[in-house]
Design a protein around this ligand. Structure first.
Ligand code: 5AD
Ligand code: FES
Length: 373
């Protein structure tokens, strides 16, 4: 390992945000096998320091694939006529939340395509009120909404919200979305979520056509600037029925895409230290052990899919989605086995709040210690 890399890793482990943009980009550009391992090891050591050898689990409910948006990369975009559209009923979601609690998972993520309507707002409120007695940490990932809607869902029981910025470069964002999608509105939504008191998560796709290491380094600085609590990011994987799939022929192999995704996790951990970072399912689409490798590169959250198998094929954001035929029970055992193989255990019974969020709350309220883990 070069002396320069050794020094960068040592400095980034000492304190958060210790690296300049060019240094973040240099870490992201590492390719040599020994150097890559040193990068992943340094990030994993920080993950273990802040989160222990435990992985926080959230059961993922894919609540519907009806989407008003038309992102050029996404398999469930409005214009993709090949998708069979579905929306789970409130009863179905409540049943999955109960199943989630029964599995010992103390947190749940409800994700769907973006719909902005009073009907959708009320529907989600109703679901949240009905699952409140289960006392789960509930994350919503339902896209851009008004601050009033975010507030209503918070009041109804949601505590976390994930809204990926997709890229922190507004020009690159423009090339990935139709003209009526607004990067600025997405940033404003992240601010609104913070004002409402959520634990806020964001993230990007990496390996996008036209994206540079400098863009990715800027993404990591963006996470810091927005002071987010959770990061969910993953490799871009072309979906054959989307406009972007045709324009990215020359892009990376699965292996290269996976390594870039892992490097993003590692460098983000080295820069931010105490945030929750998810090992995205997209990593598993690129390699069967992709999620474990994400944990070994610094991630501390995994989100197994608990949606009924019959709907999973209709919620394909990218090609090669894993676990299309495994039910939640199989996913649970498979996950335990996979995590055990890298010396990690599932953190059953804990919501797995972001340490960054708990510190933020303690600092603002001057409460020593701080809440449930
Ligand atoms: N490849 C990887 N990730 C994708 N997403 C959507 N389409 C793709 C794709 N082709 C991600 C976006 C979105 C999240 C729900 O899924 O980042 O925010
Ligand atoms: Fe649904 Fe992008 S296509 S949010």
């Amino acid at each position: 390992m070069t002396d320069g890399l050794h020094k960068l890793l040592a400095r980034s482990a000492e304190r958060p945000c210790a690296l300049a943009r060019s240094e973040l980009a240099a870490l992201l550009a590492v390719e040599d096998g020994t150097e890559l391992q040193a990068l992943f090891d340094a990030a994993y050591a920080l993950k273990v320091k802040y989160c222990g050898k435990r992985v926080a689990i959230r059961g993922l409910v894919e609540a519907g694939n009806v989407c008003a948006k038309d992102c050029l990369y996404c398999g469930i975009r409005r214009s993709n006529g090949k998708v069979t559209r579905y929306r789970l009923s409130a009863d179905e979601i409540v049943r999955l939340a109960e199943l989630n609690a029964k599995q010992g998972y103390a947190s749940l993520v409800i994700q769907s395509g973006e719909i902005e309507s009073e009907e959708q707002t009320r529907f989600v409120e109703d679901v949240l009120r009905r699952i409140a007695p289960l006392d789960l940490g509930v994350t919503l990932s339902l896209g851009e909404q008004t601050e009033e809607v975010y507030r209503r869902w918070k009041d109804a029981g949601a505590s976390r919200y994930l809204l990926r910025i997709e890229t922190s470069n507004p020009d690159l964002y423009t090339t990935l979305h139709p003209a009526n999608h607004s990067w600025e509105r997405r940033v404003e939504c992240l601010r609104a979520l913070r004002r409402c008191g959520y634990q806020v998560g964001t993230g990007v796709m990496c390996g996008l056509p036209g994206q540079t290491y400098d863009d990715l380094a800027h993404d990591i600085e963006f996470y810091d600037k927005m002071d987010v609590d959770m990061i969910g990011m993953g490799p871009f994987i072309p979906h054959p029925d989307t406009p972007l799939a045709t324009s990215c022929q020359s892009l990376a192999t699965n292996h290269q895409a996976l390594i870039l995704g892992l490097k993003m996790i590692a460098v983000t951990r080295l820069y931010l230290h105490d945030v929750n970072i998810a090992a995205a399912t997209a990593l598993q689409a690129l390699a069967p052990d992709g999620r474990e490798r994400g944990v070994r590169a610094g991630a501390n959250v995994v989100m197994p899919n608990i949606t009924d198998v019959k709907y999973r094929r209709s919620y394909q954001l990218y090609a090669g989605k894993p676990c299309l035929d495994e039910n939640a029970g199989l996913c649970k055992r498979c996950l335990e086995r996979r995590l055990a193989s890298i010396g990690e255990t599932v953190d059953y019974g804990h919501r797995g709040d972001s340490l960054h969020y708990r510190r933020r709350m303690c600092a603002s309220a001057s409460i020593p210690g701080g809440g449930e883990r």
